[in-house]
Each structure stands twice: as C-alpha cells, then as structure tokens.
Design a protein around this ligand. Structure first.
Ligand SMILES: Cc1cc2nc3c(=O)[nH]c(=O)nc-3n(C[C@H](O)[C@H](O)[C@H](O)COP(=O)(O)OP(=O)(O)OC[C@H]3O[C@@H](n4cnc5c(N)ncnc54)[C@H](O)[C@@H]3O)c2cc1C
Length: 332
C-alpha cells in the first residue's frame, strides 16, 4: 500500500541536452529508467513510493523537444511544449481549436504551465486502487479491485475493459485523435510514427501500459497534418467540479462540410474506456447528413452500443450518448 512519506526514494538523475543522449541513457538503463517531463504525474508516483525507478532521465534541458513549428504539411509540436503554450498558440487556436480547447480544460493554469503535451498523453491512469499501490492486474497482481462487487468505481470504464477497468485520463488525447495527429516515437533503434488512435492501447494489448511506448522509448514530437485545419470542431468535457478536475467523459470531434452536409468526420470520446475511443461507426453514420436532430440522436445511440457499466457508473452511458449527440448537432 502507498504510504505518503513526502520523501522521494533515491535515484540517479540524468539531464541530457540532446535527444540522442536521452535515447542512449534510456537504452542503457532499459527497464529501470523513468522519463521525466513536467513531473506532475511522475512526482506523485515517486513520493507515494509506488514506482521506484533507479534512473530518471529529465528532458527539461533538451531544447529540440520544445516549441510549435510550421512544417510542410501542417504543424509540429515538440513533446516538451507546455500545455499553456498550446492553449495560447495562434496557429493551434485558429487552425486546430479543438486541441487548444482540450489543453485549456486541463487542470489549473499552474499545472498547464508546468505540464507538457508529451506528459499529458503519456500519463498513467488515475484509478485510485492502482495509484495507491494495491497489487492489481495493472500492477502485476491477479485481481482488479475496482471491478469487485463492493468497489468504488464511479469514475471507471463502461467499455473496452479487459481485466482492468481504469480509464485514460488525458484531455488532449481525444483531440489529437480528432485531428489525425501522428505521434513520433524514437528509441535507440530508430523512429516510428503512430496514428494517435493507435498510440493509446488498452489492457487487452498490454495491461501494464497506456500507450505503445516501452521504457526505452521517447515521444519526441506530434505532427498535426493540415488536412483538418479550419474544420468545424467540437470539444466538451464533463467533470465533477467546474473549477478543475479530471474528466468524467469528454468528446472531441472534427467535421468537414460541403454544401451543408458532413463530408467527413472524426469523433473521439475519453473517460469511458482504458483508451480514448474513436467512434468510426458513428463517423460513417453522420457522413452525408446535415447533423440534424434525428442523425444526432441516432449517433448518440450508436455510440453507446456495447457499453457495459459497472455498479456505480451507469450515468456515464447517458453522458456519452448526450455528448456525442451534442457534437453532431453542433454541425447543423
Ligand atoms: C492536481 C492535478 C490535476 C490534473 N488534472 C488533469 C486534467 O484535468 N486533465 C488532464 O488531462 N490532466 C490532468 N493532470 C495531469 C497533468 O496535466 C500533466 O499533464 C500530466 O500529469 C503529465 O505531464 P507532465 O509534463 O508533468 O509529465 P510527467 O509527470 O513528467 O510524465 C508523465 C508520464 O509520461 C511519461 N513521459 C513524459 N514525457 C514523455 C515523453 N516525451 N516520452 C515518453 N514518456 C514521457 C513519464 O515517464 C511519466 O510516466 C492533472 C495533474 C495534477 C497533478
């Protein structure tokens, strides 16, 4: 069990100044190293003594990982770019407002100043059984405490479960899926580009990770292709408190219209599964329509097909249905 001692266990700290050096360190300390970005998730784990890496690779001194750049086909955002910078950048606000909106909904101004985009998409789940150090499946044990009959599981998933019922906590994740973002992951062996929707993985693929990245991998940048620039976007996050809080359910959507009809759509929902869910079937349903009320209702119903709520979270089914309905309705 976690005991908060406010004293972080010792580790060796590395502060490389190039991506190449960081990758070498991660390779050298494979399986024992921890990537440190803004530290907002990392330091919780260290202080609670639930995670005890022997080597920490701090990305703070690698200038090539920061900033937003124009590239030939869209924009590129360095993994260490702060959420505040994304929220305020004129290119993001005007061309891809769904991402600026999502970044603006993360926690508090202080957290957005310190938290990075790379850290936001790579952060671990907030399931409190797991975070408190309970030996659950995700932690290498042989049960899921949150799925037990007496469990408190109001914030957990309604779909996509596989032993673990935790959800992905990131606000920017569904927005990146809505704009078809490409995630550039590097290791000492080379680099791989993943579509945002494939970057996030569920427990059926690997119960110990939330993304495709292994311990020697580094997310270096995120490419946002121009094809969704200036689309009609919709972002909404429902949380318990109006001031700041993690999502209960959120939706991010992009629509391309022609002569009043939806030509193409991207719709992604988070807070309902261990990964942000892209709703391909709903996207096909709304194609060729004007996003009228009956289409919006049908879209909401289709979105929740197969939902299996836990004891305390059936409200999320209605929430997901309504958010998808509102996203589609926003087009008309
Ligand atoms: C009180 C509080 C409230 C919050 N509320 C919200 C919220 O409402 N919505 C929301 O979305 N988030 C929320 N967060 C999370 C926060 O926004 C941070 O963005 C997030 O925790 C991690 O960002 P970071 O830069 O601090 O990364 P870190 O904490 O340093 O890293 C997070 C994880 O990502 C890994 N990592 C970081 N960068 C990379 C990289 N480039 N390549 C590979 N792995 C990497 C680290 O190893 C670590 O496992 C909250 C956090 C706190 C403390």
């Amino acid at each position: 069990m976690a005991k908060i001692r406010d004293m972080i266990p010792a580790f060796e700290l590395f502060q490389p100044t190039t991506v190449g050096d960081a990758l070498e360190l991660l390779d050298e300390h494979r399986g024992q190293a921890w990537v440190l970005a803004g530290g907002l998730d990392s330091f919780d784990w260290f202080k609670d003594r639930v995670k005890r890496p022997s080597a920490v690779v701090d990305l703070g001194g690698i200038s090539e990982l920061t900033g937003i750049r124009d590239v030939e086909d869209g924009i590129e955002i360095g993994a260490m770019t702060s959420l505040t910078e994304i929220e305020r950048d004129e290119r993001v606000r005007s061309g891809f407002s769904v991402l600026a909106d999502a970044a603006r909904h993360v926690a508090t101004p202080q957290i957005r100043n310190q938290g990075t985009l790379g850290g936001n998409v790579s952060q671990d789940t907030r399931c409190w059984y797991y975070r408190s150090g309970w030996p659950c499946y995700r932690a290498g044990g042989n049960t899921c405490y949150a799925a037990a009959p007496q469990a408190m599981n109001r914030e957990h998933c309604i779909m996509g479960r596989s032993r673990c019922v935790a959800v992905n906590p990131s606000d920017t994740a569904p927005a990146l899926i809505a704009v078809d973002a490409k995630m550039v992951v590097e290791s000492n062996g080379g680099s791989t580009v993943h579509d945002a929707e494939d970057f996030f993985i569920g427990p059926a693929i690997d119960i110990t990770r939330m993304t495709v990245m292994k311990s020697q991998d580094l997310l270096t940048r995120i490419h946002i292709p121009a094809r969704w620039a200036d689309a009609d976007f919709y972002y909404e996050k429902i949380r318990d408190r109006g001031s700041w809080d993690f999502q209960l359910v959120s939706v991010a959507a992009a629509f391309r219209k022609s002569e009043g009809k939806i030509e193409e759509a991207r719709i992604s929902v988070n807070g309902v599964a261990p990964f942000p869910v892209r709703l391909d079937a709903v996207e096909r349903l709304v194609q060729g329509t004007s996003g009228d009320e009956s289409t919006a209702s049908a879209a909401g119903e289709l979105a929740i097909q197969g939902a299996r709520p836990l004891r305390h979270n059936d409200y999320k089914v209605a929430m997901m249905r309504n958010l998808v309905r509102r996203a589609v309705r926003s087009v008309s």
